[in-house]
Design a protein around this ligand. Sequence first.
Ligand SMILES: [Zn+2]
Length: 59
Amino acid sequence: MDDTPPSITADVTCRTPGCTANGITFRVGLYAAPAPPTYRAHCARCDTTITDIVEVPGA
Ligand SMILES: [Zn+2]
């Protein structure tokens, strides 16, 4: 049985003003969520939802 959810590799960038990671892009693996938005990421520094998610095809 294969329950592995679909996933992508993406470059995510925190845009929270004042966050120490603001403007810094991290490459991460994201799993598809059952409801939109399909791909979600949280900043590890400020724990804010990151909206700047760019899928990296073929990564
Ligand atoms: Zn942040």
